[in-house]
Ligand binder design. Sequence first.
Ligand code: GUN
Length: 284
Amino acid sequence: MAKIISGKEVSAKVKNEVKEKTLELKNKGIEVGLAVVIVGDDPASRVYVNNKKKACEEVGFTSYEYALPAETTEAELLALVDKLNKDDKVNGILVQLPVPKHINETAVINAISPDKDVDAFHPVNVGKIMIGDYAFLPCTPAGVMELIDSTGVEIAGKSCVVIGRSNIVGKPMSMLLLHRSGTVTICHSKTKNLKEICANADILVAAVGRPNFVTGDMVKEGAVVIDVGINRLENGKLCGDVNYEEAEKKAAFITPVPGGVGPMTIAMLMKNTLTAAMIKNNLM
Ligand code: GUN
C-alpha cells in the first residue's frame, strides 16, 4: 500500500512560510498585492479564482479582483493589463485561463509585464525556466517538485516520466526534473510503448487530462506517482488521470485527487507573488 502524499499538508507549510515573510514585509511598510482577472462566467474558473483570493487572505496579501463580462473585447482586457502593469500596488497579475474565444490568449500573456507574471507563462519567464535561471516558478510543476521532495525520494539519476506536453504543465515539469538531474522522458498521445516506458518510471507524473488513464500495469513497484489531472466524471465525481485503486497497490507514494497537486498550485502562486514583491523592493 502506498503512502499518501498530502497536498493539503505540504501546501499549508508553503503558505505558512509565505505568511511569515509577508508579515516581515508588512513590518517594513511593504504591502503585497495580487490582481486576479477573470473574463466571463465559467464555473470552474470562478472556483479557482475564489480559491486564489482566499489564499491571498490567508497569507496576508491584498487581492484585487477584476471580474469582466464575457463580451469584454481583447483591447479592453489589454488596456486593463497595461493599467495593472503600471500600478505600484500590484506585484502580481494573473489572468485566469481560458479566456473567451474572441480574445487571443497569447496576446494577453505577452502583455503582462514579465516582472509581474506570477504564472510564469510569459515567453521571457518560460525562457528563463529553460536555462534554469528563474525567479518565478511555474506554479503546478513547482508544486509537484515540493510534493516529490516531501517524500524524501532522491530525484537525481532516477527515471522520471512525464505524461503530457502542455506549456502549463508537461514542458516546464520536464525542465524542473531535468534541472534536478532526473533522467526525463516526455510522453504524449503519439508515444509508442507508453505502458513500458511508464512501468519503468521511478517518478511518474501524469498530466494528460483523461480520467483513469494510468492503470496499475503502468506503475513500477515502489514508484512515486503524482497525479496532476482533475477530471469531472458524468456522475459529478472528481477523478485524476491515475486509476488510484490500482496504482496505490504498487506505488510507494501517491497523490490523491482532490487534495494532492491542486492546493500546491495555489501555494506556489502565493510564493511567486511574494518573490515579485521582494524583487521589486530590492530584498532579493
Ligand atoms: N487555468 C488553469 N490553470 C491555470 C493557471 O495555473 N493559471 C491561470 N492563469 N489560469 C489557469
